[in-house]
Design a protein around this ligand. Structure first.
Ligand SMILES: Nc1ncnc2c1ncn2[C@@H]1O[C@H](COP(=O)(O)OP(=O)(O)OP(=O)(O)O)[C@@H](O)[C@H]1O
Length: 266
């Protein structure tokens, strides 16, 4: 693997809130073109890691390189590089409630490409709305007029507004029913393959990990304890990993091919 294959490189990351140490020497590589699932217990520091990579939080120590630039930089040009090249779907969708879906999608377009004529901006937002699997008439609706799953899709349409190569998703399937969640997984996979995206996906959803992630990074003990294909992660000897991947809920999610053979006599 060459350096060019690494689109996000985190080294020696330390994040503290007062006495609480959330990350302590965390390292992580995200490879270009992969879907990386990021898992860990509640409060393990997944969202703080995502915010640090996006430059929304300046860490206490460590280095973070995103697309070759320093994510800790407060320089406006550097911030622009990161903003233009990253799309983010926050957990609650983070849509502006007083704007229609189309207007929400147009917000980043207006901000970053103010010279684009209104009619073209509208066409671009319509394209993103359709790309996110919403019907065309959703463009005129307010977020409150949509179901939870449709709001996620609207958030995804906005995240894709600037055609970013890097997509960040914070628990995209949380709150969706299993059928809606599976459809959303499928959508992410289709878009990632079609657009060549790199996806950083924070999730608690084991089904998502098995269905679409190329690799899985586990945050525990304030670090990334393993970052590997799921078959390897499953076998990793760590108490949290054992509980998460081999507890009762894990068995249902694991595809039949990777379920270990039952012990003799069982
Ligand atoms: N702005 C903040 N001020 C103080 N503490 C914070 C702040 N942001 C996060 N924390 C703390 O950092 C820890 C990690 O939070 P984070 O949101 O990254 O966890 P997480 O792994 O995403 O959890 P979950 O799966 O529950 O969403 C938590 O203990 C949280 O309370």
């Amino acid at each position: 693997m060459t350096d060019e294959d690494i689109i996000i490189r985190v080294r020696g990351l330390v994040n503290r809130f007062g006495e609480q140490v959330v990350h302590d020497g965390l390292d992580l590589d995200v490879r270009r073109g992969e879907i990386l699932g990021v898992v860990g217990g509640s409060g393990a520091g997944k969202s703080v890691l995502m915010r640090s990579i996006l430059g929304l939080r300046i860490p206490d120590e460590g280095e973070i390189e995103v697309l070759g630039v320093d994510a800790r930089s407060e320089d406006d040009d550097v911030r622009l590089v990161i903003e233009r090249n990253t799309g983010v779907l926050f957990q609650d969708g983070a849509l502006f409630s007083s704007l229609t879906v189309g207007e929400n999608v147009q917000v980043p377009l207006k901000e970053h490409h103010p010279d684009v004529p209104d009619s073209l901006r509208y066409e671009l937002s319509l394209l993103k709305v359709k790309l996110a699997g919403l019907p065309a008439d959703a463009i005129e609706k307010l977020p409150s007029q949509l179901s939870g799953g449709m709001r996620k899709r609207a958030g995804l349409a906005r995240a894709l507004a600037l055609d970013p190569p890097l997509l960040f998703l914070d628990e995209p399937t949380a709150g969706l029913d299993p059928i809606g969640a599976a459809a959303f997984d499928e959508l992410i996979l289709t878009l990632q393959r079609a657009l060549g995206l790199t996806v950083f996906l924070v999730t608690h959803d084991l089904d998502t990990l098995y269905a679409i992630c190329d690799r899985v990074a586990v945050i525990a003990d304030r670090r990334v304890v393993i970052n590997a294909p799921i078959e390897e992660v499953e076998q990793f000897d760590h108490p949290w990993v054992r509980e998460y991947f081999h507890g009762p809920r894990a068995r249902a999610a694991r595809p039949a091919t990777t379920v270990p053979a039952p012990a003799p006599g069982v």
